[in-house]
Design a protein around this ligand. Sequence first.
Ligand code: AFP
Length: 334
Amino acid sequence: MAATARNIEPIVGCSGFMTLQTHMLADEHRFPDSGGALSWIISALAISTKTISARLKRARLEDVLGEVGHDNIHGEHQQKLDVIAKDVSIQVLRGRDGVAVLGSEEADDLLFVNTWTSDGSRYAVLFGPMDGTSNLDVAGAVGTIFSIFKIEPESSERLYPGRRQVSAGYVLYGSSTIFVLTTGAGVHMFVLDSSIGAYIRVAESIRLPEFGATYSINEANAAGFPRGYRQYLQQCRDENFSSRYVGAMVADVHRVLLNGGIFMYPPTQKSPGGKLRLMYEANPMAMIFEQAGGVATTGDQQTLDIPPSGLHQRVPVVLGSPDNVADLQECLNE
Ligand code: AFP
């Protein structure tokens, strides 16, 4: 792993002044037959995430930090902001033309909404409204992740492999609010300008560096990782990599997307099948990484090819620069 021989420069850039809404209108030209429902859905996500961003900024002042007092479907203590973020997202999304199915990390099951667009298209929107909740009480970075599928007209299936996503994205609520989006033609990044209430495009067609000397993993679980992961981590330490871990997938993955490197949540003793959720965490991030020239795998197969078995299915997650993932894969295959 000779770091000097590899491209480690972030490759981002953009031209012109463009809001998310204008970007989506321009993007619609790729689909001349579309009735614009996807744009409406993404505009709903823009509204819900702006609302969540505003609530987060005032969280300590409005007493919305802390637990609700009961657990969610995963047996995790639900935070007040988990519930607020889910309710805001559902309220905004369920009124949009074309949203037929909603699925959220915080809801036990899929929610079916009876809506059609004039061109007959219907979509499923799956999302993790508040990712990284353990950071809330300490004003750390958190996020929202979403995945959008088009529902086949004659199909009774409601969950599809990630390869069938038509759009995916995340919002990072950090020192600024960042919206990262793909609709299958590259990955674009927007920053919320709260003075005008609009997401402004700041980077077009982001390309992940081929390699980055940073890894992101909860190393406290290392004793329970499969041998290949332990071996790869040793290799990274021997080569003086940096370790960075926020504990909110959106924040950790965003760093890797821009600077290169690798994010891993392997199988652990506590979660032998992995901890992160396929449908609204692993899949959308996998689409974004592949669209940006990166790699997304479980260690055994490409994440986007996994046939889903349920809304809350868990999988091991590896997302990263091609060279980093290739080096990990070598260790896993040994
Ligand atoms: P919370 O939302 O419960 O804080 O979980 C966050 C998360 O799902 C994901 O965002 C992180 O990458 C991962 O869990 C962190 O898990 P560990 O705390 O086990 O490292």
